[in-house]
Design a protein around this ligand. Structure first.
Ligand SMILES: O=C(O)COP(=O)(O)O
Ligand SMILES: [Mg+2]
Length: 232
């Protein structure tokens, strides 16, 4: 019934401190060794996703920038979904607003981002939304960073494209995540799991909410549905 797993990174296979859970790594490696397609999906930049694929030991397929970029395997050409022009204009407006208040944004990997832009949660996300309310840009607070992105793009919408590129259907996936940037992915997948520390909206969209938080929740959730991979 399930042929693939797509998993969020921060807050799902990591703790709140972003340290990766070693049990989650072992669980992913077991799935890969059993021939299950494992896709890493994150708001993080592509270069980090490439490294995570290599170091965890998947086959290299990832979604980065909350769906703004995806790549099939280690040799695929990264595909950029949506443009960054409006996002850059919005960021300029936000930086100007906070600079007038003596506050500088801490940008996350701006040189290595091609679709969205992200910065530390050192400013109020509602103030960010107010500053760019007239811009065609969505503001996403993942609990780990604030992202500016083209409206309509998410890990879920990009999962649909990526599944087709893999010769799969979104229903073939088990999806697991912790935050609002995972909600759409959890909805379109065949089975969606939210870890115990997940955002209430993400839990509401899930088929199952784990009892354990963070990496222990990932291990619990995958274990609960492991027989669905063998029923292929
Ligand atoms: O990049 C972020 O803000 C959070 O990353 P995640 O999507 O892997 O949780
Ligand atoms: Mg997360």
């Amino acid at each position: 019934m399930l042929k693939a797993l797509i998993t969020d990174i921060d807050g799902t296979i990591t703790g709140p401190d972003r340290r990766i859970h070693t049990g989650a790594i072992e669980t992913i490696r077991s799935l890969v060794d059993d021939g299950v397609e494992v896709v890493l999906a994150s708001g993080n930049a592509s270069c980090l996703m490439d490294a995570l694929c290599k170091m965890i030991g998947t086959k290299g397929t990832f979604i980065a920038e909350n769906g703004g970029v995806y790549r099939i395997g280690f040799t695929g050409t990264p595909r950029i979904i949506g443009g960054q022009k409006a996002v850059r204009i919005a960021l300029d407006a936000i930086q100007a607003h906070f600079s007038r208040k003596g506050v500088e944004l801490n940008l996350y990997s701006p040189t290595y981002r091609f679709a969205d832009l992200a910065f530390a949660r050192t400013v109020a996300v509602e103030e960010v939304r107010e500053v760019i309310r007239d811009h065609p840009v969505q503001v996403i607070d993942t609990g780990f960073a604030i992202h500016l992105q083209t409206p309509g793009i998410s890990k879920g919408t990009t999962l649909v494209m990526l599944a087709e590129a893999l010769g799969l259907k979104p229903e073939d996936f088990l999806a697991i995540g912790d935050s609002v940037n995972d909600t759409r992915m959890i909805q379109v997948a065949g089975i969606g799991i939210a870890v115990a520390n997940a955002h209430p909206d993400t839990k509401a969209a899930a088929d199952y909410v784990t009892k354990e938080p963070y990496g222990n929740g990932f291990v619990e959730g995958v274990k609960k549905y492991s027989s669905y991979f063998r029923a292929r």
